[in-house]
Design a protein around this ligand. Structure first.
Ligand code: FS2
Ligand code: SF4
Length: 522
């Protein structure tokens, strides 16, 4: 196996040998490579067919591309059987669309010249992240043909001879298309469940049966809320599902009670002996420990050997029965965030923030808001990630902190007060809600008649898996400069490619909080 797609990759160079740091075994990694090669074959077939018939449509292939790429994201799928089945389906569809097309051996990419490997990896990992977003939108019946077409274009390109310049253009195009894709998902989520509203979320687990729901899929969340209504079972969000509390059409369910635990990397200790089932709708699933393995359920693209998988009929009966059998805690069970807070607040997506835009603009003009930081992204286990907590604590009282994704758990339970009624920490939602942050930044730039780079705004991002990659590419494609990135630089970004990014975008690796704060605030 060879895999270097995530932040925790071995020695910050690549996972090899029998298993990766995430627990993915070598045979699973190899099947994921084979699946990627089959998706490239499918893309070649679709593009050949399109050349003959530009109006052809490929509904099944579209679905397979999204599922296949999503399957290969970190912490999604650990189960060979589902990957093998998917490879077969992809091959059948490829042959149906256009016979005699070869699949691709992605080892050619891993073994290519360093800069070409780096640029092709940026495209491939960006496409993987984007596929997850497109898949969530697809589950709510939202599709964008431009987004779908680009999966085929991008996959075909990484299996072709291309110059660095051509690949660099495609790297930025991946970011550009991902902006559309995040917009699509934003429309899907808010079109279906309403615009998020600021909502305080308790971290205490009430006594009695409950279910913990992890991942990003709001559609799965809604279906489970419906199926558990009136059954005496409470529902708690976990990790990236927390923003569900802000959506009117989800928050109307009175048994959606609060949030369980913190970010994904703490699940093995937080789920230890938990008296309730946990449903994973997407990443990040970690290798399941003995003390709770009979209580973990998967659905959608998530898959793990020996766990009960809820199939496409979305009949959650096994999860519901498990909740009733486990009975929950006998008394209310107080839990806290990593800084000891007992509640967190979410729901500050673009609509909520921009409804206060006039007030925020006045506060900036009056010097009451000196600077806005976006501190967020993916969390992870690397020790250097305490930087993000320290950064939030060190941010002066006249600064606002926008946050999003699971990286927010580093700081979302801090009480940092407010500025003239505006809370200093504003949780904009999941990682895909980076779209909200971009919308807010663009709106402020318009008011101040400047570019986003001229605003008193700095992005201090943490990355872990491939969704962070596509978001980063989106920011670069929009010309956003001076991003601080950590806790480490991606192993798949070569020195030369990094140099290009620094020259063009002045992107920097985080250093110490003191130094970075000084650099930003002067
Ligand atoms: Fe966090 Fe994991 Fe959101 Fe990532 S829960 S690192 O999947 O996509 O962010
Ligand atoms: Fe290693 Fe990350 Fe790949 Fe897992 S996903 S094998 S930890 S690089």
């Amino acid at each position: 196996m060879f895999c270097f797609q995530c932040q925790q990759t071995a020695h910050n160079s690549g996972c090899e040998g029998r298993a990766g740091v995430c627990g993915k075994k070598s045979d699973t990694a190899n099947y994921q490579d084979e699946l990627t090669g089959a998706l490239i074959g499918l893309s070649r077939a679709v593009r050949k067919k399109l050349a003959l018939n530009p109006d052809a449509s490929f509904e099944h292939a579209d679905e397979l591309i999204l599922k296949g790429l999503f399957t290969t994201i970190t912490n999604v799928n650990f189960f060979n059987d589902t990957i093998i089945k998917l490879i077969h389906e992809v091959n059948v569809e490829k042959d149906r669309i256009y016979p005699d097309i070869m699949n691709y051996d992605v080892r050619h990419i891993w073994e290519d010249q360093e800069d070409i490997r780096s640029l092709k990896s940026l495209i491939l990992f960006g496409l993987r992240g984007m596929a997850a977003y497109a898949y969530h939108a697809y589950a709510l019946d939202y599709v964008d043909k431009n987004v779908l077409d680009f999966f085929y274009e991008g996959l075909e390109a990484i299996a072709s001879e291309k110059s660095s310049d051509e690949l660099l253009a495609l790297v930025l195009k991946t970011g550009e298309i991902n902006f559309r894709c995040m917009e699509l998902l934003d429309h899907a989520n808010s079109g279906t469940y309403g615009n998020p509203v600021p909502t305080e979320v308790p971290l205490t687990i009430e006594k009695g049966p409950f279910i913990v729901v992890s991942g990003h899929d709001l559609h799965d969340m809604e279906l489970l809320l419906k199926q558990t209504e009136g059954k005496g079972i409470n529902i708690y969000t976990h990790s990236e599902m927390l923003p569900a509390h802000g959506y009117p059409e989800l928050k109307k369910y009175s048994h959606l009670k609060g949030n369980f635990g913190t970010a994904w990397q703490s699940q093995q200790s937080e789920f230890h002996n938990i008296p309730a089932p946990i449903l994973f709708t997407t990443n990040c699933l970690m290798p399941v420990r003995q003390s709770y393995c009979d209580r973990v359920f998967t659905t959608s693209i998530v898959s793990y050997p020996d766990l009960v998988h809820i199939g496409e009929d979305k009949d959650f009966t096994p999860v519901i029965e498990k909740a009733l059998e486990c009975k929950g805690y006998p008394e209310d069970h107080p839990m806290t965030g990593i800084n000891g807070g007992s509640t967190v607040t979410t729901g500050f997506a673009h609509n909520a923030v921009l409804s206060n835009a006039g007030h925020i603009v006045e506060l900036i003009k009056a010097g009451k808001i000196r600077h806005i930081f976006l501190v967020g992204g993916c969390d992870g286990a690397a020790p250097g990630r305490s930087y993000y907590t320290d950064f939030a604590k060190a941010a002066p009282m006249d600064t606002l902190i926008l946050t999003l994704a699971c990286g927010k758990y580093r700081l979302n339970d801090l009480d940092l007060g407010s500025i003239d009624g505006i809370p200093r920490i504003l949780d904009m939602g999941q990682c895909n809600d980076a779209y909200s942050a971009i919308k807010v930044a663009l709106a402020l730039a318009e008011v101040f008649d400047c570019t986003v780079n001229d605003l008193p705004l700095t992005l201090v991002l943490s990355w872990y898996e491939q969704k962070a990659v596509c978001i980063l590419l989106t920011l670069l494609s929009l010309g956003v400069k001076n991003i601080l990135l950590g806790p480490t630089l991606p192993a798949f970004v070569s020195e030369n490619v990094w140099k290009i990014l620094v020259e063009n975008y002045n992107i920097q690796k985080i250093s110490t909080v003191e130094e970075d704060m000084k650099k930003i605030l002067g």
